[in-house]
Design a protein around this ligand. Structure first.
Ligand code: ATP
Ligand code: MG
Length: 401
């Protein structure tokens, strides 16, 4: 309801309209006055008043009919209406109740009674408006919740299928890897025998075969490792998070460990700042590992030689959250990548990229009721910020999410 409340006064007598609007305006209300039923219905639609003071005797229709019409329209079915009666109050009240009026005032109008009735009906309207807006909010939440449930069940199904596919691929790759190893030893023996002939073409063929077998074998092994990583990742992310006390500096060390070699090769420094001073946080360590790994790995692939990747942690002032920043001195990301980064549309800009990394990071942060954001400047570098609560609040039936 707006402030000040707007009151529509409907009366065919000029003096009554004037005196009612003077009293009400002196008490902080705004008023509109009209003199017949038609004008009253038009004004209700145009001005959407908060309350109507409606005279029963009007030149074109009576107040009961106007009241009936208001009750029939969904927008005005609950608009407070005070009928102003002049003649037989008892008989008119019965008709007024049947027409849907909320209250009555008798002429001549008593100022104190007028103000008391207006105030009381406006209070009820305010409560009603509040209940309606809360109901609208609840309906909106409900819709959102239903949508998320549908999305989550679809995601769970996709995760299950990915897990199955990864398992199947792992099985199919096993004979490829072991087959090439066997083939390699067979070829070695064969070429050993053929080498007795000492022909240059046999030696060249030996070299080529070794190269081909080596290529198939190493690609097969790489593919097997990727598939294993994918299967592990799907398994972890599709299971319920397991929270326990987690030391962030330790998780970052575990992430740096396998990446240190390629960072050194590329001439990129891996640094940390303030992680040792952080308190343990309640977290799913395996999930955090996957998120941090993707963040550092992405940063490494975007950073040119001579740069660095820094993981910094601070305990935030209220002591309830830690803020982690993953900063690199890399190329930065174009605005169109940044805008869609945490959405389903987020894509990879790399040739062989899957675009799954950021989705995994976001899913992990969400599972910890955390928050993620990014700042990036072309040519200057990128920083991902992760805010994570120190304690996970347990959701019970009494405290809905
Ligand atoms: N530190 C970063 N600096 C610049 N761009 C980044 C950074 N991290 C992510 N991006 C951008 O976000 C995109 C999506 O990253 P994401 O990890 O989801 O997929 P990807 O790294 O491309 O593929 P994959 O993770 O499968 O190797 C990247 O292709 C890149 O454009
Ligand atoms: Mg990535």
């Amino acid at each position: 309801m707006r402030d000040p409340s707007k009151i529509l006064i409907v009366d065919d007598e000029f003096d009554i309209r004037l005196s009612l609007s003077t009293i009400l305006e002196a008490h902080g209300y705004t008023t509109t006055t009209v003199s017949c039923a038609k004008e009253a219905l038009d004004a209700v639609n145009l001005e959407t008043p908060d309350l109507v003071l409606l005279d029963i005797r009007l030149p074109d229709q009576n107040g009961f009919d106007v009241c009936h019409q208001l009750r029939e329209e969904p927008q005005t079915a609950l608009l407070p209406v005070i009928l102003v009666t002049a003649m037989n109050p008892y008989q008119e009240k019965v008709k007024g109740i049947e027409a849907g009026a909320d209250d009555f005032l008798s002429k001549p109008i008593n100022k104190a009674e007028l103000l008391a009735r207006v105030r009381s009906l406006l209070r009820i309207k305010e409560l009603h408006d509040m209940a309606q807006s809360q109901a609208a909010h609840l309906a909106e939440w409900n819709r959102e919740l239903e949508m998320r449930l549908t999305q989550e069940s679809k995601l769970a199904e996709v995760a299950r299928m990915l897990g199955d596919i990864a398992h199947e691929m792992k099985n199919l790759l096993m004979p490829v890897v072991t087959g090439t190893e066997l083939l390699e030893s067979e070829l070695r023996d064969l070429h050993h025998d053929l080498s007795q002939l000492n022909s240059p073409s046999t030696q060249a063929s030996h070299g080529r075969c070794n190269e081909i077998v080596e290529m198939v074998n190493s690609s097969g092994k790489r593919l097997r490792d990727h598939v294993k990583d994918l299967a592990d990742c799907v398994k972890i992310l599709s299971s319920e998070p397991q929270f326990s006390a987690c030391r962030i500096s330790k998780v970052v060390d575990q992430v740096f460990e396998p990446l240190r070699f390629s960072a050194r090769e590329k001439g990129i420094g891996l640094r940390t700042e303030g992680l040792e001073d952080l308190p343990d946080i309640e977290a799913d360590g395996r999930r955090l590992f996957h998120a941090f790994f993707n963040l550092v790995n992405n940063a490494l692939s975007e950073t040119p030689p001579g740069g660095f990747v820094n993981v910094k942690g601070i305990l935030e002032p209220e002591g309830a959250t830690v803020l982690l920043s993953f900063t690199d001195t890399g190329r930065g990301m174009p605005p169109e990548v940044r805008e869609n980064l945490f959405t389903r549309q987020g894509l990879s800009t790399k040739q062989a990229g899957t675009g799954l990394g950021i989705k995994i990071i976001k899913a992990v942060v969400d599972a910890h009721s955390g928050h993620i954001s990014v700042e990036s400047q072309g040519g200057r570098g990128t920083t991902f910020y992760l805010r994570l609560p120190i304690h996970q609040t347990q959701e019970t039936e009494e405290t809905p999410a």
